[in-house]
Design a protein around this ligand. Structure first.
Ligand code: AMP
Length: 568
């Protein structure tokens, strides 16, 4: 059992998180103090002690504390005499322990997220960090993809484009993803590896007149901590008081309004906007071509950030997931998919009733049968039934009955074409029904390649159950008479064709036939004419009579063909 478990890990620059899919829901696991985010800070004590998370972060400024080690991954640089892999492994070990305590089982396999722009070296380093922590890294997942998964955007449908705006503590990334067949592909990324919430904290210090460069490490720690607190308050309220008692003799107390803060960070927001525009330009997309925008990273809780993103892309951002949990939850979902905790069930929608068009003789010609899974596409090439016809009327029908008049009409298209002989015009009719039930009927005159499109919304799929039941039971009740009616119409069309050709053929070739054969033809002709009078008759009687006439005129038909071949 424990072998099957896979956890998802967001190994972030500022904070990290670990999650799983539990009883069908992705969740992040909380540590002993109830926190679902673990600061990515590691403290190495002089006697070999190691502390990770909040306690390490609290020691910031006292030496031996490593933060933002993610920036060093794959660079070969060291932090507190350790490789970035070793430091990251400490964070991963802590997360692993949180999960094991919470799940009461060993955890040995993980999906770990990495920035989309990480190169092979950085990815390799992340993988090694996992191994050093005793984890088999079953997949490295790109952070924007994780964010999109957290919002369930993989269910958006084909070829959707998504933007992920990720503003964390110290880094900014924007990615443009494309969803193809349920998988995301990163089309473009842009960003700034030195831009994030830390800069917002410093902006607040500038506002209160504190110059970080003039402070010692302990003072810096205090100032930054207060600036972050004020920033948090300003995400919720219009003003906050920055207060540092006994700071550098007199202490500081100053009210900061949200408007002042927003003015101070304007240039930072502009930078992120430029990155968004660059990412879009890189793949030749306009903002309106993006179908969903997702926020990730704690700094997107700042209202001015969110407003800016909505302005850049001209649409509301997706709602419902905490921005600092987005990537972790996405990693948990991916882990769930890989471990089988998330089963890939495609919920299929089907057409409740058949869709088709009316063809000659008032018959229903089904293009998409009832119960076909959508999305689907079907089409046929039709030709004109009458010479000199200049327009083909396409009636779009829905229903199970054989005769067009008994089905429901969803719409009509008239396709004009040049007058030509019978059967010479060719009009292609294609039905495509998309996943949301929109039926698009495309007709094309193959002579001119001119298209006409008719869109029919919702009615193609959204039919009340009672109506569907009614239509289906009617079609069953009338199955016999409907079928007979269809056979009759088909036989009548054939009869009309044969009878129309008969007189001229007899004028040309009547003398060639023996008297006996001629009599047979005339008798068969008479039977067909009699049967044609009586529509209430079973269609099979007319059909049999037409077949007889067809046989009787076989010799005539051969002569006509011969004549045509000689080219008279
Ligand atoms: P992350 O790297 O995604 O964990 O983001 C961390 C950054 O988000 C830090 O700079 C935090 O100060 C910032 N942050 C978290 N919560 C808020 C908030 N409510 N308002 C403003 N910034 C926040």
């Amino acid at each position: 059992m424990s072998d099957e478990l896979i956890v998802g890990i967001d190994l972030g620059t500022t904070n990290s998180a670990i999650g799983v899919v539990e009883s069908g829901f992705p969740i992040l696991l909380a540590d002993g103090e109830g926190s679902r985010l673990t600061p990515s800070a590691v403290w190495y004590g002089e006697e070999g002690q190691v502390e990770v998370g909040f306690s390490a972060r609290r020691r910031r400024g006292l030496g031996g504390v490593v933060t933002s080690v993610k920036r060093l991954m794959g660079t070969g640089e060291k932090a507190a005499s350790r490789s970035p892999e070793e430091v990251s492994a400490e964070i991963l070990k802590t997360l692993k322990a949180v999960a094991e305590a919470r799940l009461e089982q060993t955890v040995s396999r993980a999906v770990i997220t990495v920035p989309a722009y990480f190169n092979e070296g950085q990815r390799g380093a992340t993988q090694r960090a996992g191994e050093l922590a005793g984890l088999e890294v079953v997949r490295l997942l790109s952070e924007p993809t994780a964010a999109a998964l957290a919002y369930g955007l993989d269910k958006l449908g084909e070829e959707k484009k998504v933007a992920v705006y990720d503003l964390g503590g110290g880094t900014f990334d924007v990615s443009i993803l494309e969803l193809r067949a349920g998988h995301f592909e990163v089309l473009a990324t842009a960003g700034d590896t030195r831009l994030g919430g830390d800069d917002f904290d410093e902006a607040i210090l500038v506002k209160v007149g504190i110059d970080l460069k003039k402070l010692d490490e302990a003072e810096r720690g205090r100032a930054l901590e207060e600036a972050e607190r004020v920033k948090f308050v300003l995400s919720e309220q219009d003003e906050a008081i920055f207060r540092l008692p006994f700071f550098r003799e007199e202490g500081i107390e100053r009210t900061i309004t949200r408007v002042e803060f927003e003015t101070e960070i304007e240039s930072l927001l502009k930078k992120t906007e430029a990155c968004c525009r660059r990412a879009l330009a890189d793949v030749d997309l306009r903002p309106e071509e993006i179908e969903a925008v997702v926020l990730a990273g704690g700094s997107t809780r700042v209202p001015a950030v969110r407003n800016r993103v909505e302005r850049i892309f001209g649409r509301a951002v997706e709602e419902g997931v905490d921005p600092d949990e987005t990537v972790g939850l996405g990693a948990a979902i991916q882990a769930g998919i890989l471990s089988g905790a998330v089963r890939e069930v495609v919920l299929l929608d089907v057409t409740p009733l058949s869709l088709g068009i009316e063809t000659v003789g008032g018959l229903m010609n089904v293009l998409i049968p009832r119960n076909t899974t959508i999305p689907c596409k079907a089409g046929e090439l039709f030709t004109n039934a009458v010479a000199g016809q200049t327009v083909m009327k396409i009636r779009v029908l829905q229903g199970e009955r054989e005769l067009a008049k008994d089905n429901w009409e969803l719409g009509q298209i008239e396709v004009p074409f040049q007058a030509v002989g019978k059967g010479q015009a060719r009009v292609g009719v294609q039905f495509s029904l998309n996943a949301s039930g929109l039926l698009e009927v495309l007709t094309r005159d193959t002579a001119t390649n001119e298209d006409t499109i008719l869109s029919i919304e919702s009615s193609a799929v959204d039919v009340a159950d009672t109506q569907v039941e009614h239509m289906v039971s009617e079609s069953v009740d009338h199955a016999f008479s409907d079928m007979s009616a269809r056979v009759f119409v088909e036989a009548r069309l054939k009869a009309e064709e044969l009878l129309a050709a008969l007189e001229p053929a007899l004028v040309d070739f009547g003398t060639v036939l023996s008297e006996e054969d001629l009599l047979k033809v005339r008798e068969a002709e008479q039977t067909v004419r009699t049967q044609l009078q009586d529509e209430a008759q079973s269609g099979s009687l007319l059909k049999a009579a037409v077949e007889e006439l067809d046989d009787a005129t076989e010799q005539l038909a051969a002569l006509i063909v011969e004549k045509a071949m000689v080219g008279e």
